[in-house]
Structure formats: structure tokens, C-alpha cells
Design a protein around this ligand. Sequence first.
Ligand SMILES: *[C@@H]1O[C@H](CO)[C@@H](O)[C@H](O)[C@H]1NC(C)=O
Ligand SMILES: *[C@@H]1O[C@H](CO)[C@@H](O)[C@H](O)[C@H]1NC(C)=O
Ligand SMILES: *[C@@H]1O[C@H](CO)[C@@H](O)[C@H](O)[C@H]1NC(C)=O
Ligand SMILES: *[C@@H]1O[C@H](CO)[C@@H](O)[C@H](O)[C@H]1NC(C)=O
Ligand SMILES: *[C@@H]1O[C@H](CO)[C@@H](O)[C@H](O)[C@H]1NC(C)=O
Ligand SMILES: *[C@@H]1O[C@H](CO)[C@@H](O)[C@H](O)[C@H]1NC(C)=O
Ligand SMILES: *[C@@H]1O[C@H](CO)[C@@H](O)[C@H](O)[C@H]1NC(C)=O
Ligand SMILES: *[C@@H]1O[C@H](CO)[C@@H](O)[C@H](O)[C@H]1NC(C)=O
Ligand SMILES: *[C@@H]1O[C@H](CO)[C@@H](O)[C@H](O)[C@H]1NC(C)=O
Length: 436
Amino acid sequence: MHCTALLSVIFYCGAVLSTPLSSSLGRYSRYASRRAESTGLRAVGYFGNWDIYARNFFVTDIDVSQLTHLIYSFANIDNTTGEVLLSDEWADLQYAYPGDDTTANGTNVYGGIKQMFLLKKKNRSLKTMLSVLGATYSAYFSPILASESLRANFATTALKLMTDLGFDGIDIDYEYVQNSTEAWQMVDLLSKLRSGMDVISSNTSCSPFLLSYASPAGPLKYTQLDMAGMDQYLDFWNYMGFDYAGSWDTIAGHSSNLFASSDNPLSTPFNTSTAINYYLTTGGVPASKINLGSPLYAHAFAGTEGPGKPFNGTGTEGSFGIAGTWDYKALPVEGYNATVYNSKKIGASWSYDSAKKYMISYDTPAIAKQKAGWIMKMGLGGSMWWEVSMDKNGTESLIGSTVKTFGGKKALDSSKNHLSYPTSKYENLRKGFPEE
Ligand SMILES: *[C@@H]1O[C@H](CO)[C@@H](O)[C@H](O)[C@H]1NC(C)=O
Ligand SMILES: *[C@@H]1O[C@H](CO)[C@@H](O)[C@H](O)[C@H]1NC(C)=O
Ligand SMILES: *[C@@H]1O[C@H](CO)[C@@H](O)[C@H](O)[C@H]1NC(C)=O
Ligand SMILES: *[C@@H]1O[C@H](CO)[C@@H](O)[C@H](O)[C@H]1NC(C)=O
Ligand SMILES: *[C@@H]1O[C@H](CO)[C@@H](O)[C@H](O)[C@H]1NC(C)=O
Ligand SMILES: *[C@@H]1O[C@H](CO)[C@@H](O)[C@H](O)[C@H]1NC(C)=O
Ligand SMILES: *[C@@H]1O[C@H](CO)[C@@H](O)[C@H](O)[C@H]1NC(C)=O
Ligand SMILES: *[C@@H]1O[C@H](CO)[C@@H](O)[C@H](O)[C@H]1NC(C)=O
Ligand SMILES: *[C@@H]1O[C@H](CO)[C@@H](O)[C@H](O)[C@H]1NC(C)=O
């Protein structure tokens, strides 16, 4: 089905490999893994498994009609064995969504994981992935990454979760690779994940599984990566084009701008354009494999004259008790007279209340459209968002504004997801939830 021409000579659906790849492909063997081919632009949304608590936002609330990939975040690791583990089994496996009969006999899966699968049944072009680590769990990762046997256990257990839980792939979000030693260890980890995925797909279906990497925007971080080494195993990169400025700074700035500002350089400590050009030129990453990530949230700066000027804290307000950050859908913040500014020159937007001296950095629909145009102009692979519970509906939706600029749903990748998981330990998932 989605095998490349080269590979279809060697693989056919359901067959077990009889010829070792390395001998049949010789020096091309490093390109020999199975890849899904995108048929259009990607629209990749992350979902946080904690969304069901304070945000009261469930997997069933996600508007997947404009997404090509939905990434469930985050799986944790056992910091001694490297085993990849779910981080909240109650939310992930047990929580009873409407219609779930959790008293049924047998080993069954419920919670967010089951709903992710049901979304795939409704929309065969929605691919789901499990993201491992994220900022918090990354803190435990160095010793795991440093050991050959723990890397192997990480890969084996990540793929076991993928096939038990019905995902189409794995996303690695390690923040961050620290030096050249970790860089080759990461390449080796991705290699192990990829070769494990190839065995699974060649054994069960013709359709490859997906591997992606959530990748950094700061030069001190991205220059540590062996991009070419990683890229040979990845389907795509989720470039994290956000958090360029925030509470940790001394100057109020733009947190997700495309370009550096020449007339107010202090307002743009980072910029997307330079970083992406590094990925493309020095890194050698094909443009079509990079998804530009944008925030569906905002960073606030209190006591400031505006972008490029000092600020005094973030104030105590914020979405769900997190001071200084707002979900995009919470804007404009009640009680403020926020004037909205869009700068096409730097590809950034913000709001400013001049009486309260309160600035909020976030993307407006106008800037989302500009970014979508830039993605197409640069030949990038699509867009990514952190995270789906934070968007608005309708014409103000940043996901919707982006997809519309791409050319609508017909411009999106429509490659098919997997529904067959014959080795899943969960009976209901193995059967494919026939009644639902
Ligand atoms: C499935 O997703 C595609 C885009 O990926 C979209 O065109 C289509 O409307 C979606 N279908 C449903 C039922 O959500
Ligand atoms: C579970 O199994 C028991 C014993 O076989 C049976 O009595 C019960 O009806 C089953 N429950 C359901 C919900 O099928
Ligand atoms: C390892 O994980 C355990 C259990 O989750 C935790 O208590 C401990 O602090 C972690 N150790 C390190 C070094 O991160
Ligand atoms: C690389 O970083 C890891 C994790 O901090 C550290 O243990 C290791 O010593 C570093 N290696 C080099 C060569 O700096
Ligand atoms: C391949 O599939 C067969 C039959 O389902 C199974 O017995 C075997 O263990 C699988 N091999 C691998 C490497 O997954
Ligand atoms: C743009 O961002 C890069 C980091 O990715 C930085 O090195 C560069 O100095 C920035 N350019 C300007 C003009 O600020
Ligand atoms: C900074 O903000 C704090 C309240 O968060 C306020 O007490 C203080 O006076 C402010 N400082 C300046 C210089 O505005
Ligand atoms: C809101 O701010 C704008 C721009 O500073 C100003 O023109 C307008 O009068 C303000 N409105 C109110 C109700 O304070
Ligand atoms: C968007 O629409 C859904 C479904 O109608 C609703 O549950 C949700 O509250 C809406 N979200 C916003 C931010 O308006």
C-alpha cells in the first residue's frame, strides 16, 4: 500500500523478510527502512493527557477534522530500566468515557487511549502517535540514553506500547541533547526504534509506522544534534517554534516570531527563519520533513512599555492558575483593554494594554495565515501545534486559519492510519472495537 517502489521489490504485504536488507541493498542499506509517504501538508496537534482535569477537555472534544496527526503526550520512563511507561494509567487506560462498559470481562482498554483509536476509525487519514518524555520526564533521561542496553529496552518497550495501544508511531521529545556523545546516542536510539518498527510493519502489514522528533529552536540546543544522522530514521521533525521569550527573561519579547526585528532587536531574542535555515543547510534536513510548530498559548509580561522593553514579572493571572501563560482561547483577557498588533515584518503578534502596561505575546489568525504562507513558500512539511485543547473554534481557530491558507482539507496529507493490531494485549482493541 504505502511501500516505496524500491521496497516493494523486497517486501510484500504480510511477508516475513527472507533476504537480509544489508546484503540486498549494499551501500543503500541505510535508506532501506519503510516510510510512510505524505500525500499533502501535515497538520499535527499535540494533546496532553492532563487536559481532562483542570481544562475539562477530553479526547472526544478534539476537532480532528483538520488534523493529519494527533500526538498523545507524554509517556514517562522508568529511570532505572529505561522502560517506557504511561504517565497516568487512570486517564490513559481506565477512565470511563460515555458508552464504556468497564465491567466487561477480559483485558480491555478504556480511557483516552481507546478514544484515540475510535477517532482513527472515524477518520482513516488521522494518524496517532505517542510522545515520550517532554520537558518534565527529560530530566531522568541522560543515564538511560548513555547505556546501550537501556536504549534497547527503551525502544522495545516504546514499540510494545505502540502495538498494545494502537498508535501509528512514536514521537521523541527529549529536552535536550546536551553534547556530541548524547547526539550519537540519540541517533542510535532512533535507529533502534526505526528498525523495530520495520520488523513490526513487515510482519503485520505493508504500512510503515511513524517516527518523529520534537526539536529545539534555540541555537545552543539545535547545534548539539546530529541532524543528518537522526534524519535518516525520522519521518518528520516537529520544530518547537515557541517559548522564544517568557517569564525567565528580563526584556519583554516575542515568543514565536518568524523573523528577527532589525529596528527593535531586543524584542526578538530568537527567530524561526534562522533556525529553520540551519536545519536545512547545515543540518541537511529536507524541508518537507519539517513541521513548523506554533503555540496555541500566550506569554504575558507585566509592568512593561512593550516589546523590547524591561518588564516586572508576569502578574498573578493566567489560565488554570498558571501565572503568566494564557490559553489562546482565553484571550482577550477579561478586564483588560488590549490593543492587538500584527507585525508582518517579523511575523509576530501581541496585545498591549497601555494603561495597565500589560503585554501578551501570542499568534493571531492573521499571523497564523502568514506562517502558513511561509511554510508553503519554504516547502516545509506542514504545521504543528502545542496543544489542541487551547485553540478557539470557528474563524478564530489558529489551526483552522492555517489549514484554510494551506488550501483547505484537500491540501492535507491523507495517507491512511493503521487499524490492525493483532498483537495488542487488550482484547477490545485487538478486535478493533467492532461495535463502536
Ligand atoms: C478526516 O480528516 C481529513 C483531513 O485530514 C478531513 O478532510 C476530513 O474531513 C476528516 N473527516 C472527518 C470525518 O473528520
Ligand atoms: C463475566 O464473567 C462471569 C463469569 O464467567 C459472568 O458471570 C459475567 O456475566 C461476565 N460479565 C460480563 C459483563 O460479561
Ligand atoms: C526515579 O524515579 C523515582 C520513581 O518515580 C523517583 O522517585 C526518583 O526521584 C527518580 N530518580 C531520579 C534520579 O530521577
Ligand atoms: C554529555 O552529557 C552527559 C549528560 O549530561 C554527561 O553525562 C556526559 O559526561 C557528557 N559528555 C561529554 C563528552 O561532555
Ligand atoms: C511475526 O508474526 C508472527 C505471526 O503473527 C509471530 O509469530 C512472530 O512472533 C512475529 N515476529 C515478530 C518479529 O514480530
Ligand atoms: C535569529 O535566531 C538565531 C537563532 O536561531 C540567532 O542565532 C540569530 O542571531 C537571530 N538573528 C537575529 C538577527 O537576531
Ligand atoms: C513590580 O511588581 C510588583 C508586584 O508584582 C510591585 O510590587 C512592584 O512595585 C513592581 N515594581 C516596579 C518597579 O514597578
Ligand atoms: C483602549 O486602548 C486604546 C489604545 O490605547 C485607547 O485608544 C482606548 O481609548 C482605550 N479604551 C478604553 C475603554 O479604555
Ligand atoms: C468549541 O466547540 C466545542 C463543541 O461545540 C465546545 O465544546 C467548546 O467549548 C468550544 N470551545 C471554545 C473555546 O469555544
